[in-house]
Design a protein around this ligand. Structure first.
Ligand SMILES: Cc1cc2nc3c(=O)[nH]c(=O)nc-3n(C[C@H](O)[C@H](O)[C@H](O)COP(=O)(O)OP(=O)(O)OC[C@H]3O[C@@H](n4cnc5c(N)ncnc54)[C@H](O)[C@@H]3O)c2cc1C
Ligand code: SF4
Length: 428
């Protein structure tokens, strides 16, 4: 297994000590330890007309070190646990910053610090022989204001990172955070993902939820939620199979569990050939989202929709496919705060009205985002018009085997596929 990326820990507000460099010797103005606390509010106050400088002169207050009392344990845990081999440890760097400063000042420093961390890590012998060296990146861990700093920094420097191939994974993670669903760049290049992220649940959940959590969430089958004993909860039976499968049941079959995968963004990501980056104490791995969301996987005696091990987490999502056109269509019982009964993500490269390449992925119909290679084959190298869109919709659902109560999903999904294709080809 390859080594995990080096980690930069960005602490929260007030969690970097500050010192005045003009004083001789330099004087600590802000610090906290188990034994003592220094808080010189007046001397660290910033000038109201120019926030780069202090009000009381002479003074030059700068960031000193990250407060040990808050982060030492976390940093040590990460240092010891990200690699099993003490000879091949993963470096963890704390980013000290002046939390009084406007965000853009600290963000510029953070970008330089990322470069520095990469350069330092390249000097470590065990990284020189690791695949990381070909695509060097960092993992950013933020606490409190540190998270804000990271998110805003990535948004501000998106073009800077995009120009540098070795930062691609990092940029991708940024672009696919819920918060960025409204970003003009995301809407331009990956409309399908922006649209899918924009209809997840409700604004409150979108503000807090993450893309990692959205693709890793478990099924929302009402039998499971209501505490029935079934395959997912340790039983030996699927209550939905012979029960009420109206809303969240698969129409594409399944194995043991028949509840459809609930994530909107996973459907969009599957239409973008996304790759999921995973880290555990043993190192990192990378897997296509289709293999990641296999729909059925036993891990530690538990039936999961994904292939994540007990000690693994998703750290990045990379999107290699760049469509010229893409869109997401969803049908839910309510306009907000509700899962898809059926959905479709379509992404395509269309030139001179001809569909040179495309992906069609259905949501709400299978235990995983269901990609229809049949429909894709049919439409490749064709113009999208009413006839081809209709044929594509039929092909997309040709393998459907609905349960007792959800046959209507087949027609519903065909309609969504047809509409999505027509909107892609701008056919009225
Ligand atoms: C009322 C309601 C309506 C909803 N409607 C929709 C909807 O329409 N569409 C939709 O797609 N979703 C919907 N959801 C689901 C919701 O969007 C997800 O639960 C949310 O995105 C999860 O985000 P989170 O980051 O808080 O993850 P969490 O809830 O914290 O985590 C979810 C699961 O993923 C795991 N996990 C989280 N992050 C990672 C990671 N990086 N690596 C590995 N495992 C991880 C957690 O351990 C947990 O098992 C709805 C939820 C509710 C409550
Ligand atoms: S569909 Fe899955 S979660 Fe629902 S009852 Fe069957 S096994 Fe349980």
């Amino acid at each position: 297994m390859s080594l995990a990326c080096p980690v930069i820990l960005v602490p929260g507000i007030t969690a970097t000590s500050l010192r005045d460099e003009y004083a001789l010797p330099a004087e600590t103005l802000w610090s906290m330890s188990i034994l003592s606390t220094t808080k010189e509010y007046e001397r660290i106050a910033l000038h109201p007309d120019d926030l780069r400088y202090e009000t009381i002169e002479p003074a030059r207050v700068v960031a000193d070190q990250v407060l040990e009392v808050a982060y030492k344990e976390l940093i040590e845990e990460l240092r010891h646990n990200l690699s099993e081999d003490p000879e091949r440890s993963v470096p963890v760097y704390a980013f000290a910053y002046d939390w009084r400063m406007p965000l853009e000042i600290s963000e510029a420093r953070l970008v330089r610090f990322m470069d520095e961390v990469i350069a330092r890590t390249k000097l470590l012998r065990h990284y020189q022989n690791d695949p990381w060296i070909k695509n060097p990146r960092v993992n950013l861990v933020g606490h409190s204001m540190g998270g804000l700093l990271i998110t805003d920094c990535l948004a501000r420097y998106v073009e800077h990172f995009r120009e540098r191939r070795d930062w691609r994974g990092l940029v991708d993670l940024l672009e696919f955070a819920y918060d960025n669903a409204r970003s003009a760049e995301l809407q331009r290049d990956y409309a399908v993902l922006a649209e899918a992220a924009g209809v997840v649940a409700s604004p409150q959940i979108r503000n807090l939820g993450t893309l990692g959590g959205n693709i890793c969430q478990d099924v929302w089958c009402w039998y499971l939620q209501d505490g029935f004993s079934c395959w997912k909860s340790g039983g030996k039976f699927c209550d939905l199979a012979g029960g009420d499968s109206r809303y969240y049941g698969s129409v594409m079959g399944g194995h043991l569990c028949l509840s459809n995968h609930p994530s909107d963004t996973a459907v969009a990501l599957a239409a973008l050939d996304a790759r999921v980056h995973i880290v555990s104490p043993k190192g990192g791995r990378e897997i296509s989202i289709s293999d990641f969301l296999c729909g059925h996987n036993w891990v530690g005696g538990r039936l999961q929709s994904h292939t994540l091990g007990l000690d693994e987490i998703v750290t990045e999502i990379e999107v290699p496919f760049r469509p010229t056109h893409s869109t997401y269509a969803k049908f839910a019982l309510r306009k907000s705060w509700d899962f898809a009964i059926a959905s479709v993500a379509v992404s395509a490269v269309i030139r001179d009205r001809v569909c040179e390449d495309l992906r069609i992925v259905l949501g709400g119909v299978a235990t995983f985002p269901y990609r229809s290679h049949e429909a894709e084959r049919l439409l490749r190298d064709r113009e999208i018009d009413k006839a081809s869109a209709g044929a594509g919709a039929e092909a997309a659902l040709e393998n459907a085997r609905p349960l007792k109560m959800n046959g209507y999903k087949v027609e519903l999904s065909k309609t969504l596929v047809r509409r999505a294709l027509l909107s892609l080809g701008s056919v009225q």
